[in-house]
Write a protein that binds this ligand. Structure first.
Ligand code: SER
Length: 345
């Protein structure tokens, strides 16, 4: 059934902007957005209504909307969350909990399961040290679920909340006629890279920051070591994964959360690609202990075979295609039009 109403929280963020463009193109649904910030001018005409302000203060209003799908993208990312842990908990956990209650209420009242699509993260993994990280290779969903960050703890707990509200809430699954439960689906994203927007507040930000700086001819001091490896993904693949998991029949969803991967790459390889594409790119490495510690606890790669089997996932962009067919042509076009790429603010 085609959705009639879609809510996108965190609409002004990187995923939000890219998702809204895609939804506006591919569906006739009424798109309602929420964010602390006003919508960027180019996005605003694609949206029926924008709720600006703290999500936790707008909840009462949300109970009145006819929603089939919720993309709950609002979050305080890993680096920012380490600086303001209590605020991160409020945004990442309380915000999610309250929105799950909205979805649970609507699912039950109208006997129509609201799809709750939740972006989780590789931050839910916590590897002890480099030795363990190298030995682990591509991790599976249930491995190493011992996050070192506030953000990772928040995401892991919200995955569990999603499972609870979609399967066990009130233990009604034991009733003869259980109420309709919401339909929770989560994807653990690797670091995401867009040619159109720049990230803020995350720890995988060094990859996109380095590439955007090189394209703009600015110098860049990378805050992690050259040998740092984590998985990354092109933004168009991330958006495609969200739409694929939304459209998958419920009986195909055998897990509440799925890994997906694009390509694993070292910070040194980012520099190599940036230098090859933008002659004279000035990139140095000045590791920051705290941020290095965070990426050292994240896996080098993830195993996404369950997403492949359940809902036909496969990334379209490996490292070569990412640079040659997406990032470099798009960013050159984008900087040729205007010198500064859109940022979240
Ligand atoms: N990109 C996120 C961060 O760096 C990880 O999912 O916080």
């Amino acid at each position: 059934m085609a959705p009639k109403g879609i809510l996108v929280t965190g609409a002004c963020g990187e995923i939000g902007q890219a998702l809204i463009r895609q939804l506006a193109e591919s569906t006739n649904a009424r798109i309602i957005t929420a964010d602390l910030a006003p919508l960027p001018e180019v996005i605003a005409p694609m949206v029926s209504e924008h709720l600006q302000g703290d999500l936790l203060n707008r909840l009462k209003q949300l109970y009145d909307y006819d929603l089939d799908v919720i993309y709950h993208l609002a979050a305080s990312l890993s680096s920012k969350a380490e600086i303001a842990t209590e605020e991160a908990h409020r945004i990442n956990v309380e915000g999610t909990m309250q929105l799950l209650l909205v979805a649970a209420y609507r699912s039950q009242k109208y006997a129509n399961p609201v799809k709750f699509i939740f972006p989780s993260s590789i931050a839910v993994y916590g590897l002890k040290d480099q030795e363990e990280k190298i030995a682990a290779g591509a991790v599976k969903e249930n491995d190493f679920n011992f996050p070192h960050t506030m953000y990772g703890c928040n995401k892991l707990y919200c995955e569990k909340l999603g499972l609870y509200y979609s399967h066990y809430m009130g233990q009604h699954h034991l009733d003869d006629v259980p109420p309709t439960m919401l339909d929770f689906r989560a994807i653990r994203f690797p670091g995401l890279i867009s040619a159109f927007t720049k990230p803020s507040g995350g720890t995988s930000d060094y990859g996109p920051e380095m590439l955007h700086a090189a394209a703009q001819g600015s110098t860049y001091k990378c805050f992690v070591r050259e040998d740092t490896v984590i998985p990354f993904m092109a933004m168009p693949d991330a958006i495609r994964s969200l739409l694929l998991i939304t459209d998958a029949p419920r009986e195909k969803i055998s897990h509440p959360v799925y890994n997906i991967r694009g390509f694993s790459i070292s910070a040194a390889d980012f520099r190599k690609e940036a230098r090859a594409a933008f002659r004279g790119a000035q990139i140095s490495f000045q590791p920051n202990r705290q941020r290095q510690g965070i990426v050292d606890s994240w896996p080098m790669d993830v195993n996404d075979s369950t997403a492949q089997a359940d809902w036909g996932w496969n990334a379209e962009y490996d490292e070569k295609r990412f640079f040659e067919e997406y990032f470099l042509p798009e960013i050159r076009r984008s900087y040729a039009k205007k010198p500064s790429v859109r940022t979240r603010e």
